[in-house]
Ligand binder design. Sequence first.
Ligand code: SF4
Length: 236
Amino acid sequence: MPTAAQRERALRILDALAARFPEAAIELDYHHGEPWQLLVAVVLSAQSTDVGVNKVTPALFAALPDVRAFAAATPQQVEGYIKTLGLFRNKAKSLVGAAQAIVAKHGGQVPRARALLEELPGVGTKSAAVIVANAFGEPAIAVDTHVGRVSKRMGLTANDDPWKVEQDLTALLPKERLLEAHHVLIWHGRRICHARNPACGECPVERMCKKVAVATPTTKLTKPARPAQRARAPRR
Ligand code: SF4
């Protein structure tokens, strides 16, 4: 269990990041109030950028507007809309399979329990946490590459395994702020605490950061100034 001082430090970091990124929110486009659309966007975002996903989902959702439409579609139909994304064949197969399972086992409603979500094709631990937190307001913090990297650098966790990082952050932060923490850590990782060359000089939490495994910039060596030449004595 973290100490009171560790929790207080984590809270100060969260407050500073929230002040820097007050607009932080999920960057995947979907119709809010439609958990199925969120699930689709999250599955599509694996190894793809949010920007790339947001380019394909408008046409995809126009053609297949809900979970029953996906359940009745073939993977090949879905593929046609998502070909610009990596692993599109696997993703299309997963989405049709997930839709069929939701219709068959859950009456067409995306389940609210993480364990049930994780049984669906294409939905892993991180995706399930994103879905329950964003769609159902459940206290969960999904750990993606940004959340994991930034948390470790700041000394909020010593772990690499996303599940253990999630446990560490959950123990440090108030439940009602876990979703907010998820968003601001991602925004911070994308905009300032980059994987390579984090912009520590622009960072709102630099004074609190432990900079674990962060290489300090090498000092630029400058040539020492030449000693002033002695004035020659005039020839006689
Ligand atoms: S000080 Fe540097 S390493 Fe630490 S959180 Fe800020 S940007 Fe990342």
